[in-house]
Design a protein around this ligand. Structure first.
Ligand SMILES: [Fe+2]
Length: 201
């Protein structure tokens, strides 16, 4: 049988454990202040996960980040990934998230705080086309698709490389789509002294 190798693929991690928010955490999130954002609303604070009221949620997110870097990426243990900015987004009827990625970050994540119904999914897009051609396929898979989406599931966390392009189409429901997002950066020793690429961050 032939071997198929998913060469240089992007690892998106859909965490198997969903986070169960307490009534107090839900209450805290419900009362967060929002300001305008491109296509939707974003929390005025960009340090949501650093709030003492959400310490358990921050702990959950950090454990999933560690699982991604240690179990999946096999990143050297001298390097830590820590959460930098974290914020909430709210998309009411006809609101959306334009196509973007997250500069100045290594790994990003989105935790769904609403789900079900017809709420729009997060969509990830292929940056470089496999072929410079518009082709039709009888079915889509990870090798031919240019877009892959994930439906919002309440309490579910998705981790992805920050460079990966993503968007959310307009919310056509009467329900509000709420998500928590965050960025990360690394701390530790990278590079190699003898190759003159050594850096302590
Ligand atoms: Fe994003």
């Amino acid at each position: 049988m032939s071997s198929i190798i998913p060469l240089f693929s992007s690892a998106v991690m859909v965490c198997s454990t969903k986070y169960a928010l307490s009534a107090e955490e839900e209450d805290y999130i419900r009362n967060v202040e929002y300001s305008d954002n491109s296509g939707n609303l974003k929390s005025s604070s960009d340090r949501i996960l650093a709030q003492p009221e959400l310490a358990l949620l921050q702990d959950f997110v950090q454990k999933q980040i560690n699982s991604y870097t240690q179990n999946l990426l096999k990143l050297d243990s001298s390097i830590d990934l820590y959460i930098t900015q974290s914020w909430l987004n709210k998309a009411g009827k006809d609101q959306y998230h334009p196509l973007h990625n997250h500069p100045n970050s290594v790994l990003s994540g989105v935790l769904f705080l609403s789900g079900g119904g017809e709420l729009p999914p997060i969509r990830f897009h292929r940056f470089n086309p496999l072929f410079p051609l518009e082709l039709n396929f009888s079915e889509l898979n990870d090798f031919n698709a240019t877009c892959r989406w994930f439906e919002p599931v309440y309490g579910q966390l998705i981790l992805f490389p920050s460079s990966l392009l993503h968007d959310v189409v307009p919310n056509k429901t009467d329900s509000t789509r709420i998500t928590l997002s965050f960025n990360t950066f690394l701390r530790g020793e990278i590079g190699n002294a003898s190759a003159l690429t050594s850096l302590t961050i």
